[in-house]
Ligand binder design. Structure first.
Ligand SMILES: [Zn+2]
Length: 298
C-alpha cells in the first residue's frame, strides 16, 4: 500500500469520525429540545428576542453543529468551505430532526391518533402551536394558524445562523501558519501588575535569558500578583501553544490595561515569541520553573 493510499485511508477515517460527531450533536440537540418542551411545556426553538432575533434557534443551531466543531479540532480538519457547508447543513437539519423526534415521542407515549402521519403532525405542530408539541394538556392553547409557517422559517434562519456562528468560531481557533493544524495550549500563566514600572521590569526582562535556562525559569516562574488593597493596572495572559503536527511552539501574550472601568488590549505590547525547536518554554510557564540538566550553568 502506497503512502498516498495510507493518507487517503486516514483522511476517510477522520471525516467519518467528524460526521459521526456531527450526527451525535444534531440528534442530541433534537432530543434535548423535545425533552425540554415535554417537561417545561415551552419550546426552546421558538424563543425570539426583540421580536425578530430567533435566539433559541441560533443557540440550537450552534449546539447541533458543536459536534463538528469539536470533531474538527480533534481530528485536525481545517475550517474549509466544505466544512462550513457541513456545519450549516447539520444545523439546518436539526429542525427536521426535532420534528421527527417530537413525532416519535408522541407516538411512543400514545398521545397521538393512530392514523396521524408525520406531515400532518408537523402541520398541526406549526399551525396549532403547542397542541402537539407537548403531551401535557394545554389550557392556554393559542392558535397561530398560517403564521406558524412564518415562525418556522424564522427558526430555520436562526438555526443556519447558529451553524455559521459555530463555523466562524472554528475559523477563529489559533492554528499553525505552516501546516494549518489547530494549536494546543500546553501551559498558561496570568500576571497582574499594580503599575507600569513593575510590569516593565517583568515584561522587558522576560526573554533576555535563553528560553529554558535557569535564569529564564526564575524570571518566568515569579508570580506577579497585585498586593492586597491595591488594584491592578496591567494584566498579561500568557499561553504556551504548540502545533501537534510540526511541533513548533510559541509563547503568546495578550496585555490589557485598565481604562476607567474597562480593560483594553494594549495591542503594541501583546506579542508572540517563537521558541526554537531546541528549547522549551513549557516547564517554566507551567509554574515549576524546572530546568533541563543540559541548560546553561550559573
Ligand atoms: Zn505546524
Amino acid at each position: 500500500m502506497s503512502g498516498l493510499t495510507g493518507d487517503h485511508m486516514l483522511n476517510r477515517r477522520k471525516w467519518l469520525g467528524l460526521v459521526l460527531a456531527g450526527a451525535a450533536s444534531a440528534v442530541g440537540t433534537a432530543i434535548t429540545l423535545n425533552l425540554i418542551a415535554l417537561f417545561s411545556g415551552y419550546d426552546p426553538l421558538s424563543v425570539i428576542v426583540k421580536g425578530i432575533i430567533p435566539i433559541g434557534a441560533m443557540a440550537s443551531g450552534a449546539a447541533a453543529a458543536s459536534g463538528l466543531f469539536f470533531g474538527a479540532r480533534h481530528f485536525q480538519i481545517p475550517a474549509s468551505k466544505g466544512l462550513a457547508f457541513l456545519m450549516i447543513a447539520t444545523a439546518a437539519c436539526a429542525q427536521l430532526l426535532t420534528y421527527l423526534f417530537g413525532f416519535i415521542f408522541l407516538k411512543m407515549l400514545g398521545g397521538a391518533p393512530a392514523d396521524l402521519g408525520f406531515v400532518q403532525y408537523v402541520d398541526a405542530l406549526l399551525t396549532h402551536g403547542r397542541e402537539y408539541s407537548t403531551l401535557v394538556p394545554q389550557t392556554d392553547l393559542e392558535e397561530v394558524g398560517g403564521d406558524g409557517y412564518v415562525y418556522a422559517v424564522f427558526e430555520f434562519v436562526g438555526l443556519v445562523v447558529g451553524g455559521a456562528w459555530a463555523f466562524f468560531a472554528l475559523m477563529g481557533q489559533p492554528s499553525c501558519p505552516a501546516c494549518l493544524s489547530y494549536l494546543e495550549t500546553l501551559a498558561r500563566k496570568r500576571d497582574s501588575f499594580a503599575d507600569e514600572a513593575s510590569f516593565g521590569d517583568y515584561y522587558s526582562g522576560e526573554f533576555q535569558h535563553p528560553v529554558g535556562s535557569e535564569a529564564f525559569g526564575r524570571h518566568v516562574s515569579a508570580r506577579n500578583a497585585v498586593p492586597f488593597g491595591k488594584s491592578a493596572l496591567i494584566k498579561m495572559d500568557t499561553k504556551v501553544v504548540r502545533c501537534p503536527t510540526c511541533g513548533t511552539h510559541s509563547v503568546d501574550q495578550v496585555v490589557t490595561t485598565r481604562v476607567g472601568r474597562d480593560w483594553v488590549e494594549a495591542a503594541g505590547l501583546s506579542r508572540t515569541v517563537d521558541i526554537p525547536a531546541s528549547q522549551s518554554a513549557i516547564a517554566a510557564y507551567a509554574g515549576n520553573g524546572a530546568v533541563p540538566a543540559t541548560s546553561e550553568a550559573f
